[in-house]
Design a protein around this ligand. Structure first.
Ligand code: FMN
Length: 211
């Protein structure tokens, strides 16, 4: 049998596929166009997002992208890669991210947040992290950039797992769920999501030998 090559398909075949829905277990995206996870340093130093990012994310949704993957979104100041990126380290950031969600959902675009902890890759940790090494799995410096690292203690690993887990719960309860769930279903589904999120945290803890 002759293997299929690019030439086996017409432009229309490709277009049909690209503009057909893509289904994940819990997520359906209207087409196969994804905005990759990138941003500029255009948020506030302290991790609050602003109008520049709102407009930046919305622009892709308005252009027809099916799903936006956010730039790295730190779950803590200690674990941020560089400054002036919107963070999600505290409940006070939720209204901003909810507005991002609303803006892109208006165009039937999904928003996938890249929750992040820097590890060794602390390119520009900011004054709060001055003289601190990146919290990592190892004491070895990064072989390419020479970024310094220190292996996390078990307590520190617990803390980072909690930081991710808390955000998953916040995500389900407060962030985007409002957009998806109506009326009386909300509590039930929020509880289901919270249970699943907590299960995921426990799974994560098991994966790193803590649970
Ligand atoms: C300015 C800039 C910021 C980026 N920020 C992130 C990021 O926050 N998270 C991430 O996983 N990748 C980030 N990336 C990597 C991009 O997602 C990646 O470049 C893109 O997927 C295209 O892949 P390629 O560079 O291999 O072609 C960034 C890239 C650029 C140029």
């Amino acid at each position: 049998m002759t293997p299929a090559t690019d030439r086996s398909f017409l432009h229309e075949d490709n277009a049909d596929l690209i503009f057909s829905p893509l289904e994940f277990r819990q997520l359906t995206v209207k087409n196969r166009l994804f905005r990759s996870n990138l941003s500029g340093m255009f948020d506030e130093y302290n991790g609050y997002g602003g109008h520049t990012r709102l407009n930046w994310e919305e622009k892709f949704a308005r252009g027809g992208i099916g799903a936006i993957i956010s730039s790295y979104t730190p779950v803590s100041v200690r674990g941020r890669i560089l400054t002036r990126y919107a963070m999600i380290d505290h409940d006070d950031k939720i209204p901003f991210w909810r507005e991002v969600g609303k803006r892109v959902h208006d165009y039937d675009c999904r928003f996938i947040m890249q929750l992040s902890h820097s590890g060794r890759q602390q390119d520009l940790g900011g004054v709060e992290n001055l003289y601190k090494k990146g919290l990592s799995s190892t004491n070895q410096k990064d072989f390419f950039h020479g970024l310094l690292a220190q292996a996390m203690t078990v307590a520190e690993i617990h803390q980072v797992v909690e930081q991710f887990g808390a955000l998953v719960v916040v995500d389900a309860d407060a962030l985007f769920l409002d957009q998806e769930v109506r009326g009386g279903q909300r509590d039930l589904q929020a509880r289901g999501q919270r249970d699943r999120a907590q299960g995921a945290v426990r799974g994560e803890q098991r994966a790193v030998g803590l649970g």
